[in-house]
Write a protein that binds this ligand. Structure first.
Ligand code: GLN
Length: 257
């Protein structure tokens, strides 16, 4: 009996170990193949693929402005691009710990982030906007926001920005889509998020709109570990891709004029 028990135990341990190893290969169906030759060195890009049009899933593949620009950079530098999808607030840790080579996620350059990572030159600009219910909105302008209940995506500049409002109630969600869902259900008065994903959310959900209010201007860039040798290389490739119109072409493909 004892023997049978230990065999069962051994089999169970083996099965668990196999399952753990299998789940570690987390980027299997999000990896993106490059045109660069077989055996090319990989560059891992940390992102959060729920941020259309910058990164989102299409047929189980991560597509969007960031993957396309990253692919063009990797093609220029001769690397194979591998995309690792994770929560937005895990990206910087992933880069500083060396798990990922760079982070690209519609990520805004901020003073605070610059304390832990380096950023490349900017490749796009953005603003934070306020999404509210189309009718009977408690929030009509940025001033009203200061006393409202606000949904944001955890760790984003929207989160950082509204965290200064002492009288507001901040609800933090893992995904922007969850914040928008809370808004459509009346659980929060407003959502603060980047302008382009905001447009996509408003297109996809009835009864919400973006306020016509000028808000923060932000610059998107790629983050890398401090003093990484890759920063200069990526900046060089990015410069060429900006100068030859590739970056603009990619952005226009997803955003239009
Ligand atoms: N631009 C925002 C930031 O950097 C949001 C990015 C995102 O949610 N992917 O914080």
């Amino acid at each position: 009996m004892k023997r049978i028990l230990s065999i069962i135990l051994a089999v169970a341990i083996l099965a668990t170990t196999a399952a753990v190893f299998a789940s570690c290969g987390g980027n299997a169906d999000t990896s993106s193949k490059t045109e660069s030759g077989e055996g090319a060195k990989e560059l891992h890009m940390a992102t959060n693929a729920f941020f259309e049009p910058y990164e989102f899933y299409e047929d189980k593949k991560v597509v969007g402005i960031d993957p396309e620009i990253a692919q063009a950079i990797c093609d220029k530098l001769g690397y194979k691009l591998v995309i690792d999808d994770m929560d937005f607030d895990a990206i910087i840790i992933s880069v500083t710990s060396g798990k990922a080579d760079f982070g690209m996620a519609g990520m805004t350059v901020t003073e605070d982030r610059l304390k832990s990572v380096d950023f490349t030159d900017s490749y796009a600009t953005s603003t934070q906007v306020i999404i509210v219910p189309e009718e009977n909105s408690k929030v009509a302008n940025a001033k009203d926001l200061e006393k409202a209940s606000i949904g944001v995506q955890l760790g984003t500049t929207g989160d950082i920005y509204v965290s200064d409002f002492k009288e507001a109630k901040i609800e933090r969600y893992k995904k922007g889509a969850d914040a928008v869902l809370a808004l459509t259900k009346g659980k929060v008065d407003a959502v603060v998020i980047d302008s382009e994903p905001a447009k996509k959310f408003v297109e996809a959900n009835d009864g919400i709109k973006i306020l016509d209010e000028p808000f923060t201007e932000e610059e998107y860039a790629i983050c890398l570990a401090k003093d990484s040798e890759l920063t200069e290389k990526i900046n060089g490739a990015l410069k060429e891709l900006k100068e030859d119109g590739t970056v603009k072409k990619i952005i226009d493909k997803y955003i239009g004029d």
